[in-house]
Ligand binder design. Sequence first.
Ligand SMILES: [Zn+2]
Length: 284
Amino acid sequence: MKGCSADTWQSFRRQEPTCTRELRALGAGVTSLNVGDRVGIPWLGYTCGECAYCRSGQENLCDRPRFTGYTRDGGFATHLVADARYCFPLGETGDDVAIAPLLCAGLIGWRSLVMAGQGRHLGIFGFGAAGHIIAQVARWQGRLVYAFTREGDLEAQRLAKSLGAEWAGASQEQAPVPLDAAIIFAPIGGLVPLALRAVRKGGRVVCAGIHMSDIPSFPYSILWQERQLVSVANLTRNDGIEFFRVAAQSSIRAHTSVFPLREANEVLSRLRAGQITGAAVLQP
Ligand SMILES: [Zn+2]
């Protein structure tokens, strides 16, 4: 495999690590990158290139994928070996800490936003790492954003408002207008019926998480009239290229909290408990 090694900064949305740092060495045959380049390594760190999905432009659904920090070593580490095909050149502009969250939360958020369609009124359920990045992209695109948070999470609601959200409230509350689409970033199945009720006829609900608790049963009437319920898995490299172009133009500012790498387990627990606003970044 064509590989390269880099030392790393990590960011993560729940448990999925991604990294940004500079290349220390290149494997034989790697011509697209140079030693010293700053690159980002996303969650989807390898695809086979041979299965039906890879050959049809859906490498995000590859039958034999490998994931950074999960089925590939690295991620929550000081150094890692990466597949050169899955290293995004990041240029030298911008701070590593600010860029790290774009590699995971930003990328999956971007694919979810594209999947949500072009509608003007966009609901975001779960206003954490991905939610607050994608809200900024949606605002930059001229959309109106409605942020749904845990009941009483005034800090997340304030963050949403400060980033230009039209409305922010608890997930159980009703949005002021019927939504064209809603993206669910929180891994809570109970949000699915709430989001379906919030979208208009023909509207779409996008589930962005890798895991979600069970979805409670709901009446067919809230799916009826051509509402759609879809999920998003991983990303293609084209998603990444498009997203970094958009990120540069839209001046996204990730709200980050920085922690030392040795505190990774504790930080993960705090993320699960919803005790971190925005994105967490681990620093080696
Ligand atoms: Zn494949």
